[in-house]
Design a protein around this ligand. Structure first.
Ligand code: C5P
Length: 405
């Protein structure tokens, strides 16, 4: 079923990014219905938002035609989630105190849906004690937040205050919508508060000389999504990442490494941990010798490249004296996926294996069809966005180890 958000565009320069957000969500099959505040219309027009959303855009509480067609209560009733982007300091203050002076704030007061705020403002306004108090209050009331990010701002200052990028907001919206689906159907997940989780992600890079290396196609997306999903359930997450082009997930401690040996050392240093999820595509082999200088092209034929085996990080942690309570390995296979995953679970002595068929476009892509192999059997999950698959795995982990909310 198509999901729909109610997007409230507030009055800030970041409002233009919300137009990109509408487009990003449409690509992901999520419809947007839009309210623009009076301040918001100074930055973007209802015409552009409407052209992108393919729907009427609402601006005025006192427009009798709008109220007759679609009252403010109905607007929120028809949405699965309300997103306020950009959320100005003024909007946060009004929402925190239940002030309902216009269509946007009246809708926020009248809704029983979850609200995700993407704040954007000058760094001093963001850091002001009153804004921070309002954010705290809204969080206590059950609101979700994304950003703001640090960076250069339109006002010429630098610091926390930039609205999160549209694709990152879209990821959070998808995650929040999945959370809602959980409330509708599946058992609500338990909390992972007080649990430590260690995740490896991405490829490793094994140097041949200062400019050449052996590596693989892993993008790190699945591991990063799992780190985020576990942090969202309250776990204290350490992500040991090979070289990838992804921002660190929010609320996660990230350690960047290059080689398999570095990755193993960083993992051992991060123990003890309750959970270990080994998602990284660790190179099985590394060059026996790494030269300090760039090797010259040999005159006759290809250069010899002697390889030696890398340590198996997953197996090492399974056999470690500080073995985490729940160890989960990944198995990327192109054939006999379940049989190979079962055998791998026993060989590596891990608790669960997440198997995926990588004969298609899984590596580097945004979707994954996973099979969870445990001591009790297999669960086949349909093909879904990697972020959804990550949530599902995090829920399974919480059901196995977490405490009731
Ligand atoms: O044996 P295979 O490489 O197929 O096993 C995949 C699983 O083992 C993944 O969880 C991967 O992260 C982990 N692995 C590892 N260290 C290696 C090779 C694989 O941790 N050297």
């Amino acid at each position: 079923m198509t999901k729909r958000i109610l997007l409230i565009i507030g009055g800030g320069i970041a409002a233009y990014k919300s137009l990109f957000l509408i487009r990003e969500l449409a690509k992901r099959g999520i419809d947007s219905r839009v309210i623009i505040t009076r301040g918001g219309t100074e930055f973007v027009t209802p015409l552009s938002a409407g052209a992108l959303s393919g729907d009427k855009v609402y601006t005025d509480l006192w427009n009798l035609t709008d109220e007759a067609e679609m009252g403010h209560i109905e607007l929120s009733r028809q949405a699965d989630l309300i997103v306020v982007a950009p959320a100005t300091a003024n909007m946060l203050a009004q929402a925190a105190h239940g002030v309902a002076g216009d269509l946007a704030t009246t809708t926020l007061l009248a809704t029983d849906k979850r609200v995700l705020f993407a704040p954007a403002m000058n760094v001093r306004m963001w850091e002001a004690a009153s804004t921070q108090r309002n954010v705290e209050q809204l969080k206590q009331d059950g609101a979700l937040f994304i950003g703001p990010d640090a960076g250069a701002m339109a006002c010429g200052e630098f610091g926390d205050g930039r609205m999160a990028e549209p694709n990152i907001i879209a990821d959070r919206i998808e995650a929040a919508l999945l959370g809602d689906m959980t409330l509708d159907g599946l058992r609500a997940p338990k909390s992972l508060k007080g649990k430590r989780a260690l995740i490896t992600a991405g490829p490793t890079r094994e140097p041949i000389d200062p400019v050449r290396y052996l590596s693989n196609q892993s993008s790190g997306k699945q591991g990063y999504a799992i780190a985020q999903a576990l942090a969202d359930l309250g776990a204290e997450v350490t992500l040991v990442s090979g070289p990838v082009d992804l921002p660190a997930p929010l609320g996660v401690t990230r350690i960047m490494v290059e080689t398999a040996l570095d990755m193993l050392a960083a993992c051992e240093d991060s123990l003890p941990s309750d959970i270990f999820v080994s998602v990284a595509a660790v190179a099985d082999w590394r060059p026996a010798k790494t030269t300090a200088q760039k090797t010259k092209k040999p005159k006759n034929g290809p250069p010899p490249l002697e390889l030696i085996e890398n340590p198996d990080i997953l197996k090492t942690l399974c056999e470690h004296e500080k073995r985490p309570e729940l160890v989960i390995g990944f198995a990327a296979e192109t054939h006999d996926v379940i049989a190979q995953a079962r055998a791998k679970r026993l060989r590596k002595t891990c608790d669960w294996i997440v198997a995926n068929d990588v004969s298609g476009d899984v590596m580097g892509g945004n979707e994954n069809a996973m099979i969870l192999v445990t001591q009790d059997g297999e669960e086949c999950w349909p093909r879904m966005e990697k972020i959804h698959a990550a949530r599902k795995l995090a829920h399974s982990i919480a059901n196995a180890l977490g405490s009731s909310n």
